[in-house]
Ligand binder design. Sequence first.
Ligand code: HEM
Length: 157
Amino acid sequence: MTLDVTTLRESFELVVERSPQLTRRFYEILFERYPQVRPLFGSSTETQEQMLTRALVAVLDRIEDGAWLTETLEALGAKHVDYGVTDEMYPWVGDALLATLEEIAKDAWTPRVRAAWTDAYGAMAGLMMQGARKATLSPPSAPPASRQPAASPPSMP
Ligand code: HEM
């Protein structure tokens, strides 16, 4: 992934410093613009509070580590299938995330910063959707074919 890491880190630090309520604002915007995703989230706001910021911090810390990113984000995408998340929802979350960052960053939201975040979110969402597809094609709960009990011969009358 060739991303503008310096721009991403600097703008994220600025946004978090300016608004510790970043995640809360993100969910307000998400649910206001896309109320159809509200039922996917449990009533506890704790997981929600942590969802994006925790993931973004982790990704920004390991952004040069392509293998880690692929493995982690594919697994996260697979988990999201169980939450009821579908591919069409990824642009909605991206829209809400960028709108939140823009609202907080204000003047610091330059075309360069917007481009860096658009690329980064697109790359993350792409890996998560890839993980979701793999999980849907081969559900981990399915036992390997060799362990299936042999079919018993039809019983004679
Ligand atoms: C790059 C995109 C995304 C990232 C990095 C991300 C990250 C996360 C993380 C770290 C969690 C915490 C729980 C866990 O470890 O499984 C989570 C939970 C969740 N995410 Fe995402 N997510 C993304 C996109 C989406 C999208 C597009 C949706 C669709 C609306 C979504 C809906 C959810 C839901 C419903 C939960 C469970 C929260 C709860 O039970 O209240 N996420 N996500």
